[in-house]
Ligand binder design. Structure first.
Ligand code: SAH
Length: 263
């Protein structure tokens, strides 16, 4: 490629709260010429890109979807026009974010790319619950899994992942919570297995539903509020109580953001 080709940075925006972005990501956003962002990126995070052209390429289930191949092409075209391109993804870009497809396409086009990690939703939810995902004598492994599969993939291998895990965090699964509970119970998971469903982790409107696998069978769309949510399953969630959850102070978040924008 030509010497003028720009660099594409795949950047983690963090779980939602704009002050949970890394310093490196905030700096790159401030310098970016163009930012391609996902639906889950908070407007306050996007506002850190003070001089960039901002392009929505979000994909949320059931909503308008931009084809992945089209996104890859737009990133390549942008890198041929701009010095600093940011591809901003919710949470960590390398988890359930189709980052590899973008990296491979950019590499094939001879475009330099860098990756900036972010706080993935599972870790934000663990903080909100003030519950460690690992605990001596209770959990020595954590599985991040999604029941969502691509065409031709085995749709049931996630069940084995949950069975083998001490602690499971399920992404892109809350909409099917009841069906998932039925499948896990049918596959031998105990009915009293603790579950925490965390919606809008890290944000002021964060909500937690504490339940068991047995009761999870009656979770419906109405139990949740339409925000992104995680199903968290495991004995570590036994002791989670309402009083324990993080209190997110909106004013503090705003102050931090104003300060970082001026820096
Ligand atoms: N790369 C992202 C995950 C993208 S997949 C990350 O590392 O977090 C999108 C899924 O992430 C959603 O369906 C939901 O399960 C989860 N998610 C993202 N943000 C969330 C949040 N603030 N609270 C709870 N779950 C969230």
């Amino acid at each position: 490629m030509s010497a003028q080709t720009g660099v594409v940075h795949l950047v983690g925006a963090g779980p939602g709260a704009a002050d949970l972005i890394t310093v490196r990501a905030a700096r790159l956003l401030a310098q970016a010429d163009i930012v391609f962002y996902d639906a889950l990126v908070h407007p306050e995070t996007l506002a850190l890109a003070i001089r960039a052209e901002k392009v929505a390429v979000g994909k949320r289930c059931g909503k308008h979807s931009t084809q992945q191949r089209f996104i890859n092409k737009r990133l390549i075209d942008a890198a041929r026009k701009h010095a600093l391109v940011v591809r901003l993804k919710g949470g960590d870009p390398m988890l359930f974010g189709r980052a590899q497809e973008e990296l491979d396409a950019l590499k094939a086009a001879g475009i330099r790319c860098e990756v900036v990690p972010g706080v993935t939703a599972a870790l934000a939810a663990s903080a909100d619950l003030k519950t460690s995902l690992t605990r001596r004598g209770v959990s020595r492994n954590v599985t991040f899994v999604t029941p969502r599969v691509g065409e031709g993939e085995d749709a049931s291998d996630w069940i084995a992942s949950v069975r083998n895990a001490d602690t499971t965090v399920m992404y892109m699964a809350a909409g099917q919570a009841a069906a998932i509970a039925v499948k896990l119970l049918a596959n031998g998971l105990p009915s009293d297995m603790p579950v925490a469903i965390v919606e809008n982790a890290s944000l002021p409107n964060m909500t937690v539903v504490r339940t068991t696998l047995n009761e999870m069978r009656s979770v419906t769309d109405r139990t949740l509020h339409g925000g992104p949510a995680l199903l968290m399953i495991g004995r570590v969630f036994n002791a989670v109580t309402n009083e324990d959850t993080n209190r997110i102070d909106v004013d503090v978040v705003r102050e931090v953001l104003t300060a970082s924008r001026c820096a």
